[in-house]
Design a protein around this ligand. Structure first.
Ligand code: MG
Length: 390
């Protein structure tokens, strides 16, 4: 094993309201500790995760991590330092090269922070994320009275994960048992090692109060919004009537006194929709993908074109938010077929009909549609894409 993560969840959270320890509080539908563990589970440099828990929390813990691939939990001691030492002793047999020790109550740790700590560890006895202090620092002189001003430039705020070579931190913890040290960097310093600071992030807050929890929930909501971008495409198509006895519109065959001329099945509705979908992802138009000069599309069912455009969207991790088709003709009457058309489009795209609209209008006998020379269709599609594809 190369790198283990040791997550410390043994605290009681005495500054946190209620009976539930803060690391098990709900954060956006999931316990805080599960958010924390999942960051490390997803990180490619982490080979194993061990969590140190309070002896009273075993049921809470098991419920919180159900289904996750973790080492068996270890019970913590009376102080954080004891808990970390218990966790390190439990990892000793697996003998990782490095260990990252992290507070369970810091669920918003960024993968880039884990990268930074691990990279710095190559040249240092220990590496921890730190942040500058922006507020001016004052000394207390007694009661509310203030003494002098402290030079903040010589100070930083320490966060976790704190990274160490495993053998060094285990030895340092064994040597410092009984001394009261507030973090693992202090344990390493007490053993004579030099610890390096790497840039932390303001988001990597340790949830201590209910206010912290509420702010973190808002932060996560914001991130969820940020992860998607929304796009819209439009499409327009016309096919003219020719001799025949039926037309195909939005995948439905409708008996009519004429047919529609076209290279494929001349489905004016699905063609407009396909162009709208292609437009939403800037993938050209239906003619680029299915040239009329190519004889293999002669008489082709147009759901094939729509499925292809949809597959291009799916390849980008996108989904259709909604679509809206308007058919423009004097005849045939679309009304009786609207529901069947919505269901047919829903089948092709795997989409609920609540996201599918099919409408129809005439042009008051004006123009080519008014003279029943052909049918026109316009379509609009909105899609949602992962913002990384930007
Ligand atoms: Mg067409």
């Amino acid at each position: 094993m190369k790198t283990a993560a040791l997550i410390v969840a043994g605290g009681r959270g005495s500054r946190f309201g209620g009976d539930l320890p803060k690391q098990y509080a709900d954060l956006g539908g999931m316990p805080v500790i599960r958010h924390t563990i999942e960051v490390f589970l997803r990180h490619p440099a982490i080979d194993a995760i061990l969590v140190v828990i309070h002896p009273d929390d075993l049921d809470l813990y098991n419920a919180a991590v159900a289904g996750l691939d973790l080492l068996p939990p270890v019970l913590g001691g009376s102080e954080r330092q004891d808990s970390v030492r218990n966790g390190l002793e439990a990892l000793a047999e697996a003998a990782p090269e490095a260990v990252l020790i992290h507070d369970a109550a810091r669920p918003a740790v960024a993968p880039v922070t884990i990268d930074g700590v691990l990279a710095a560890l190559a040249d240092a006895g220990g590496a921890i994320p730190v942040l500058p202090i922006v507020d001016t620092l004052k000394q207390r002189a007694g009661g509310d009275r203030l003494g002098g001003t402290v030079d903040r430039n010589s100070l930083v705020r320490a966060q976790t994960p704190q990274g160490f070579r495993f053998d060094d931190i285990l030895e340092a913890h064994r040597a410092s048992a009984g001394k009261s040290l507030t973090d693992d960097a202090a344990v390493m310093e007490a053993a004579g090692h030099v610890v390096t600071g790497v840039p932390g992030t303001e988001q990597n807050v340790k949830i201590t109060t209910n206010d912290d929890l509420a702010r973190m929930a808002q932060q996560l909501d914001g991130q969820a919004e940020m992860q998607w971008e929304y796009r819209t495409g439009n499409g327009y198509d016309v096919h003219k009537f020719e001799a025949g006895s039926e037309v195909t519109i939005c995948g439905i065959v409708i008996p009519h006194s004429a047919g529609l001329a076209g290279h494929s099945d001349a489905d004016v509705g699905l063609h407009a929709l396909t162009d709208a979908l292609l437009g939403s992802i800037a993938e050209g138009d239906i003619g680029d993908h299915f040239p009329p000069s190519d004889s293999q599309w002669r008489g082709a069912p147009s759901d094939l074109f729509l499925r292809h455009a949809h597959s291009l969207l799916l390849q980008r991790g996108g989904v259709i938010a909604n679509l809206d088709v308007t058919l423009i003709c004097e005849a045939p009457k679309i009304g009786p077929h609207r529901q069947t058309m919505r269901e047919r489009i829903g089948d092709i795209l795997g989409l609920d009909t609540g996201r599918i609209s099919v409408k129809a209008t005439t042009t008051e006998k004006l123009g080519f549609t008014g003279r029943s020379e052909g049918i026109a269709a316009v379509a609009t599609v909105s899609v949602r894409l992962p913002a990384v594809s930007r």
